[in-house]
Design a protein around this ligand. Structure first.
Ligand code: NAD
Length: 482
């Protein structure tokens, strides 16, 4: 790999994301030679840490995720890390930060290249972007901004954030990160769909009855109640991860695999996204809040959650497009907290081909994203010796050895930022469409709340409230994974 000269400025250097994901990922990229001699990382946060203390934190983060690594390598890696105590709301601090960045640029011959990473609470994103601009923190080489989710709270706030960011960065330099796009099985969607003649030729409404996307979590909001209560499952999971997966499933085939071609295909699809009406939301959506379980309180009793909150900890619904191979095929999704198990999966339910076998189950193609990486076909076969059908799975599951080789999503995406590959990042025009959809559902729910409706309470350990089983267009449809 090429050694890329760069000074990286990390806002949120003492945070959980930096510790668990970013430092180990950067170490892997260092070991692979993508960053080697000409890089420096400035970690910033409010605490008054020394460089040495910060380096120890980074070293601890690497040790926690790597076994049997050469200690000299770790020491050399962490020697590139510098700490700057920095309150992102204090303008003067940006002046000091700029000086450190310029000095390190010279020391490491980083050629004026800068990567800014916002790994902080989203309420600070706009402030940081504004001060990067008014204090001219950008360098004379390339300047890239990596920004975590959520990008805005609704279309209006996302547009305002985008405006603030664009004062310093052009759209091509903004990397809106969605770590789902770095996951192995999510990256497998396009090759699976597009290279196999059997799958490619049935990828349309003639053969596909519906698509079901499930991103289920087995834990509650924990200590994040304050943030979550202002967000909810729709904004937290659907606006980004679920829509990214759906887009990959439903987009037309790109003309080639360049970032431009892939995003053009995505945009073509998203321009035809059907924005649901209040009546659609009533019919095809369900929302819920978890009740107390053996080892956790109910959502309304959680710390920092409004006891009268209408925020949903579960949502299921329907997405439909007018264009693309899956035009008019219902794409159902569900996501939530304190569900039966942690599971991220896609189930493609195929149509029944004839009535010869009246009680045949559907044939399905399933892609399991987490906790294992697996693709399987559920097919009907004849029962041995008797009439009737039995279901069989044709299964390909990644072995433990294969999984060990799979890079973490953050490593993959950071790599892409270094080499300026925007294929797996969200463009503004796409994000706008996702927000339009989410805003329409939120508006419909606000009206429902005014009419006295509230999210349905659900028992933990299931896949959401009973109303989620009634969101389907046809009575013969149901969640096929339960
Ligand atoms: P965190 O609360 O652990 O870290 C926040 C960081 O911001 C800390 O370093 C803190 O010191 C710093 N900070 C707070 N106020 C500050 C101020 N005024 N000035 C300077 N620094 C200040 O948060 P996190 O879990 O690391 O999440 C960061 C971002 O990453 C969020 O946008 C989150 O949505 C996203 N994210 C996190 C994870 C994860 O696994 N933690 C996963 C996906 C996305």
């Amino acid at each position: 790999m090429k050694n890329i000269p760069v000074v990286m400025i990390l806002f949120g250097g003492s945070g959980d994301l930096a510790h668990r994901k970013l430092y180990p990922a950067l170490f892997n990229l260092y070991q692979k030679g993508l960053i080697r001699s000409n890089f420096a990382v400035i970690g910033t946060a409010r605490r008054p840490w020394s460089h040495e203390y910060f380096r120890q934190q980074v070293s601890d983060a690497v040790h926690e995720t790597h076994r049997g690594v050469n200690e000299d390598d770790i020491q050399d890696f962490v020697s590139h890390f510098y700490y700057q105590s920095h309150d992102v709301t204090d303008v003067d601090h940006y002046i000091a930060l700029k000086k450190v960045a310029n000095d390190l640029d010279e020391e490491y011959k980083a050629q004026g290249n800068r990567i800014f990473y916002m790994a902080m609470a989203p309420r600070f994103f706009g402030t940081i972007a504004t001060h990067i601009n008014d204090q001219s923190l950008t360098g004379s080489g390339f300047n890239r901004l990596v920004i975590e989710k959520p990008f805005g709270h609704d279309l209006q706030s996302a547009a305002e954030l985008n405006r603030q960011i664009r004062e310093s960065f052009d759209e091509d330099s903004v990397y809106r990160i969605d770590h789902y796009l770095g996951k192995e099985m999510v990256q497998n969607i396009m090759p699976l769909r597009m290279t196999n003649p059997i799958i490619k030729n049935i990828w349309n409404g003639d053969y596909i009855q519906n698509v079901q996307v499930t991103l289920a979590e087995s834990l509650g909001v924990g200590t994040r109640g304050g943030y979550y209560d202002g967000s909810g499952a729709l904004r937290d999971m659907v606006q980004n991860h679920i829509f990214q997966i759906i887009t990959l499933l439903a987009m037309p085939e790109p003309t080639d695999l360049t970032s431009d071609a892939v995003h053009k295909a995505k945009q073509e699809l998203l321009d035809s996204l059907i924005i649901p009406t209040a009546a659609d939301v009533k019919k095809n959506f369900a929302r819920g809040q978890y009740l107390a379980g053996e080892d956790h309180p109910g959502y309304l009793e959680e710390d920092q959650v409004d006891p009268d909150s209408h925020t949903e900890t579960f949502v299921s619904g329907k997405v439909e497009f007018k264009q693309g191979p899956l035009a008019s095929v219902p794409i159902y999704f569900r996501t939530g907290k304190n569900l039966k198990e942690k599971n991220s999966r896609i189930d493609i339910v195929l149509k029944h081909m004839n009535n010869l076998y009246g009680n045949a189950h559907s044939n399905n193609i399933s892609i399991v994203i987490d906790p294992v990486s697996e693709i399987y076909f559920t097919i009907n076969g004849k029962k041995i010796m008797t009439d009737g059908l039995r279901r069989e799975n044709l299964d390909y599951r990644f072995s433990e050895q294969e999984m060990a080789k799979v890079p973490d999503g953050y490593e993959r995406l950071l790599h892409d930022v270094f080499v300026a590959d925007r294929t797996n990042f969200t463009h503004w025009a796409e994000l706008k469409q996702y927000w339009k959809f989410v805003d329409a559902v939120e508006d419909a729910w606000d009206k429902q709340n005014k009419d006295g409706y509230a999210p349905e309470q659900y028992q933990p350990g299931k896949f959401g409230p009973a109303s989620s089983d009634k969101i389907f267009d046809s009575e013969t449809e149901h969640w096929i994974y339960n």
